[in-house]
Design a protein around this ligand. Sequence first.
Ligand code: PNS
Length: 161
Amino acid sequence: MKKAIYPGSFDPLTYGHLDIIRRAADIFDNLTVSVLDNHTKTPLFSVEERVNILKEATKDMPNVRVESFSGLLIDYAKEKGYHVSIRGLRAITDFEYELQIAQTNKMLSHGELDTMFLTSDVEFSYLSSSGVKEIASFGGDISQCVPDYVARLVYDKYNIK
Ligand code: PNS
């Protein structure tokens, strides 16, 4: 059975992430989307909130499950038996960072964890969670970036009606 993990911060989930999730779920029998619980960052949404957002967004995808993890990805992947990590590539600027993470994970896992890149749809290549947060914090329109219910939750965080 082919299974993969799609790790990330998802703070918040964007249409770009959703596109990668859908496409990876078509390729693999089982896909686990896993939210990084990173104590060194101050996210807009708690891990629980992000997991719930992802569960709502993927409820029509029966082979997708949502979890969270902390610590090293390779340790989590080993514990759960995942050998492939999915990451999205929007532009060449993502590539250097992603290549470094992929090679580090390969080295740390002694070749056990490989990374598969899916290039983002051009429609979403400009999208980023940090951009969404900045736009929303100034009351801008994020309706083309995230699902409606996510947009509402983001605006609520900034006390924007
Ligand atoms: O959505 P993001 O923030 O770009 O996702 C980054 C993520 C979660 C894939 C990466 O930071 C990660 O896997 N962190 C866990 C810690 C780890 O394993 N670090 C070693 C690889 S550099």
